[in-house]
Each structure stands twice: as structure tokens, then as C-alpha cells.
Design a protein around this ligand. Structure first.
Ligand SMILES: Cc1cc2nc3c(=O)[nH]c(=O)nc-3n(C[C@H](O)[C@H](O)[C@H](O)COP(=O)(O)OP(=O)(O)OC[C@H]3O[C@@H](n4cnc5c(N)ncnc54)[C@H](O)[C@@H]3O)c2cc1C
Length: 405
């Protein structure tokens, strides 16, 4: 049995962020990553100003990323080109950073900080009663006062910990590929909010073109589980129909790889227990309003590590409380919102309002991107508070009448 201060299962953004912070503070850290170094992750590669701020906090240089100045929202014939909010709370820009390179930059920073990273190594927690006391991988065992679970969308590790997705809550599915485009240097993310499936049902979700600045664009579509017919939704068909919509405007070349899909977990029944905490996707920390998860992985990873460094004996409860204070209300509102837009007629009329004027669309961007300044919340903050209260009141009805089939 080997001993460490901190063991991290999963070397994505969440696990790497926890490892960087703890190793820089002098802790001995081992990260277990079942993939190879430079593994890819199915993702849109989009970083909001909130995510860029988290990377800045970790001192990760963004020279290799493509700078993004705002979002182009498309709803039917309406197009709104929106700058990121300039409330000073987050970085003034976003970015697109293909995950193969972003994740490698993060794991390199963890290695540089002194963390040990074991690639091609699938780990599982080991228990003493109900307490997690370490991990086991390849027939070897490690022990530590805290195991950080950063294993992404729930799988074996989540099952062992009883930390799976809450079956009452929504989740997302999304698919993406890359294609060459002369517009790869475009400085706006583009989101088409009026997708329909092959039966004409409006999709609560969006199609995206995220220019990567390296000759390619990331092209994909995502949908929420609250839509009618979700179980039968064919993401490949949806992706193909979105591609044909944007093909000419973006002068797209052929797909550079087969489109691949993955889950977006938006809840968990447990995110801590004796000897362990879950961070990032493993904790269900994905924004239901835009599918963003990289930032939440980075923020929760940093928080878990900082709490460990400050008081190794009391991390799990403190983490649960502080992550709750930071994100629970917003994510709960987002999940309620996703039940609301699962109803096609609400989605259609809501969209008309949300992109109705440039000003309202800007507020939509701030609310949906969780980019509101808490100190001086302004109109977006007030909209969020009203939405919060209204959706809380409507929640039982929304769940009872959920559109999903
Ligand atoms: C199609 C799609 C598009 C998306 N687009 C965006 C976007 O544009 N912007 C955004 O912010 N978010 C986006 N997301 C969400 C984002 O990809 C995730 O939220 C993010 O990757 C979460 O990071 P993580 O570190 O928690 O998990 P992951 O990135 O999934 O990393 C988990 C790691 O754990 C490893 N692992 C798992 N089990 C074990 C084990 N037992 N032992 C060892 N290693 C293990 C895996 O190999 C993996 O490397 C998208 C998601 C999808 C599916």
C-alpha cells in the first residue's frame, strides 16, 4: 500500500485542476487516468469568460487557444451578434481550445507542479466500511485521506459510490465533429437555437459552430432529455441536418472524424461521502442552459484542493456546502428551465422573447452563461431572480407535464 496526500481518479479538466492546486501547495498527488496522455474528449471546446477566468486563476497561458469575443445567436431568421458582458467579473473574452490540447496543457501543468500522473490506468475506490480509504489500479493499492473523483459522466466509480445521476432530473446528449472552414478565425461562437428533429419537433438545445482558429471548426448539436421523443432522437441525423444548414455559409470541408456523442450529466444523488468528493461531470456540474462543464470542473477541482490544503480533516462536508452555495441555486433553476423548454410551444414563444431585441438577447446570454456579476447584478441579475422564483413555483407542474416520451 502506497501513501499520498491526495488521490485523483480522472485526468480531465476537473481532475487536473485539483491536482495542480494541491501539488502547487506542496501535497503529494497521484492522478489516475485510464486514457493515454493527450487523450481526446468529445466536447464543443468552447470556453466562456467564466472558464477563461478559471484558467487564469490556475495560471494556464491561453496562447494556444483561439480567442472569442462573443456569441452569434441564431433563431430562425433572427441573428444577434453579442459581445460578452463587460461587467468586469470575468475575463473580457472567451476561447475555443480543442480538448486534446487543452487537457494536455492542464495535465502538463499538474506534472510540472509535481503531481504524479499514471496514464492507461483505470482506478476504483477501496473502502473500509463505508469510508473510501484509497484506490486500486492494476493490482496496486494507494491510500490517502481524500480521494477526489473526477471520472466524468457517471460510470463504474459512480456506481460503487452510489453517486449516480438523479433519475428525476434532466440530462443532455450531444454530438460533435471537426471540419475545415475558411472561417476558422471567426471571433464569435455561433449557436442555432431553432433546430428540429426529423419529425419537426423543436429541440430544446442548439447546434453550434465553434471556430478553433487552427483551420477547423467544431460542429455539433446537443439536446436536453426533457424533449418529447428524446429516447428516439437520432443525434447523427440531427447533426447531418444541422450540417446541411450551415454547410454553405461556413464552406465546410468533409468531416475530419466520425461524429461522436457523449452524455452531459446535470445532477447527482451524492457528491461527497466519508473520504471522497466528486468534482466536475462526476458531480453533475454541467450548466443545463448551455451545456458548459469545463468551467465547473475547473472551479470545483480548485475548491476541493484548496479545502484539502487548508483543513485536510474536514473537506467533504465543507466542499458540499461551498459548492452548493456557489452553484446549486443556478443549476437548479437551469434544470427547471430545461423542463420548461421541453414543451415545444413554450420553447417557440420563449425564444421569440429571448432574442427579441439586442438588449434582451444580451441579458439572455448573461443569464444562460452564468455570467452575472453578483456584486452589481443589474438587469440580468433581476431577470435571474424573477426566473428563479417563477420556475420554483411552476416546478411541480413542469415536472408533472414534462414533454418527454
Ligand atoms: C458533445 C459535447 C459538447 C460539449 N461542449 C462543451 C463546451 O463547448 N464547453 C464546455 O465547457 N463544456 C462542454 N461540454 C461538457 C464538457 O465536455 C464536460 O463538462 C467536461 O469534460 C467535464 O470535465 P471533467 O474533468 O469533469 O470530465 P472529463 O473531461 O470527462 O474527464 C474525466 C476523465 O476521467 C477518466 N476516467 C474515467 N473513469 C476513470 C477511472 N475509473 N480511472 C481512471 N480514469 C478514469 C476519463 O478517461 C477522462 O479522461 C460538452 C460535452 C459534450 C458531450
Amino acid at each position: 500500500m502506497e501513501t499520498r496526500d491526495l488521490l485523483v481518479i480522472g485526468g480531465g479538466p476537473a481532475g487536473a485542476a485539483a491536482a495542480i492546486r494541491a501539488a502547487r501547495a506542496g501535497c503529494s498527488v497521484t492522478v489516475f487516468e485510464k486514457g493515454p496522455k493527450g487523450r481526446d474528449k468529445v466536447c464543443g471546446d468552447g470556453l466562456t469568460p467564466r472558464a477563461v477566468s478559471a484558467l487564469n486563476e490556475l495560471d494556464i497561458p491561453l496562447d494556444d487557444a483561439h480567442r472569442i469575443d462573443g456569441l452569434r445567436m441564431i433563431a430562425g431568421r433572427t441573428r444577434r451578434e453579442l459581445a460578452w458582458p463587460s461587467n468586469g467579473r470575468f475575463a473580457p473574452h472567451g476561447a475555443v481550445w480543442p480538448r486534446r490540447r487543452l487537457d494536455e496543457a492542464l495535465i502538463d501543468a499538474a506534472l510540472e507542479a509535481g503531481a504524479e500522473v499514471l496514464f492507461h490506468t483505470e482506478a476504483v475506490p477501496i473502502f473500509d466500511g463505508d469510508k473510501v480509504i484509497g484506490v486500486e489500479a492494476d493490482g496496486r493499492r494507494w491510500t490517502a485521506p481524500l480521494v477526489v473523483v473526477a471520472a466524468g459522466a457517471p460510470g463504474t466509480v459512480a456506481r460503487m459510490l452510489g453517486a449516480e445521476r438523479d433519475p428525476r432530473e434532466p440530462f443532455g446528449l450531444a454530438i460533435r465533429t471537426y471540419a475545415a472552414s475558411p472561417r476558422h478565425l471567426d471571433r464569435h461562437l455561433e449557436a442555432c437555437l431553432t433546430l428540429r428533429d426529423e419529425h419537426g419537433t423543436p429541440i430544446p438545445g442548439y447546434g453550434w459552430m465553434f471556430p478553433a482558429g487552427d483551420g477547423t471548426v467544431n460542429i455539433g448539436v446537443g439536446a436536453l432529455s426533457t424533449m418529447k421523443g428524446f429516447k428516439k432522437l437520432n443525434l447523427n441525423t440531427l447533426q447531418a441536418s444541422y450540417r446541411s444548414l450551415v454547410q454553405d455559409e461556413w464552406e465546410l470541408g468533409p468531416d475530419l472524424e466520425r461524429p461522436r456523442a457523449w452524455r452531459l450529466p446535470m445532477s447527482t444523488v451524492r457528491r461527497h461521502g466519508p473520504g471522497w468528493v466528486a468534482i466536475g461531470d462526476a458531480a453533475g456540474l454541467v450548466n443545463p442552459m448551455n451545456g458548459e462543464g469545463i468551467d465547473y470542473g475547473l472551479e470545483s477541482g480548485m475548491l476541493a484542493a484548496d479545502l484539502f490544503v487548508n483543513d485536510p480533516g474536514h473537506v467533504a462536508e465543507a466542499y458540499d456546502q461551498q459548492i452548493g452555495e456557489r452553484f446549486d441555486a443556478f443549476l437548479r433553476t437551469g434544470r427547471r428551465f430545461s423542463f420548461l423548454i421541453g414543451h415545444p410551444w413554450i420553447l417557440r414563444s420563449g425564444l421569440r422573447v429571448a432574442v427579441g431585441t439586442q438588449g434582451i438577447a444580451s441579458i439572455t446570454l448573461q443569464v444562460m452563461g452564468n455570467l452575472i456579476d453578483n456584486e452589481s447584478p443589474g438587469t440580468a441579475g433581476r431577470v435571474m431572480r424573477v426566473a428563479d422564483k417563477t420556475l420554483a413555483a411552476a416546478d411541480p407542474l413542469l415536472r408533472r407535464t414534462r414533454a418527454a416520451a
